[in-house]
Design a protein around this ligand. Structure first.
Ligand SMILES: [Zn+2]
Length: 78
C-alpha cells in the first residue's frame, strides 16, 4: 500500500481515470503511481510510457491477470 507523509500535498478525487483497469504492456494515459488490482503491487510511471508486461511479477492462484489501476495522479504543470 502506498505511503505518504505530508497529506496537505494530496487531494482526493472522484475522476473516472482512477476507475480504469489497464492491461500489461499498454500505454499509461497519466503519470503517477499505478497499483495492480490483482495483488496490490505498485509502480511509478511517466505519462505515455509502457506499463509493465504480464511477466513483471507472479500472481498466486485466484489473483487473476495483472491489471494496472491508477492510484495517485501526478499533476504536472502545463
Ligand atoms: Zn499483481
Amino acid at each position: 500500500m502506498a505511503l505518504y507523509k505530508h497529506g496537505q500535498f494530496l487531494n482526493q478525487s472522484q475522476h473516472e481515470a482512477f476507475d480504469a483497469l489497464h492491461s500489461p504492456g499498454s500505454i499509461a494515459p497519466n503519470a503517477g503511481i499505478y497499483r495492480c488490482a490483482g495483488c496490490g503491487d505498485e509502480i511509478g510511471i511517466a505519462k505515455g510510457h509502457t506499463l509493465p508486461p504480464q511477466n513483471h511479477h507472479q500472481h498466486g492462484y485466484g489473483q487473476g491477470a495483472i491489471r494496472w489501476q491508477l492510484l495517485v495522479f501526478a499533476v504536472q504543470r502545463a
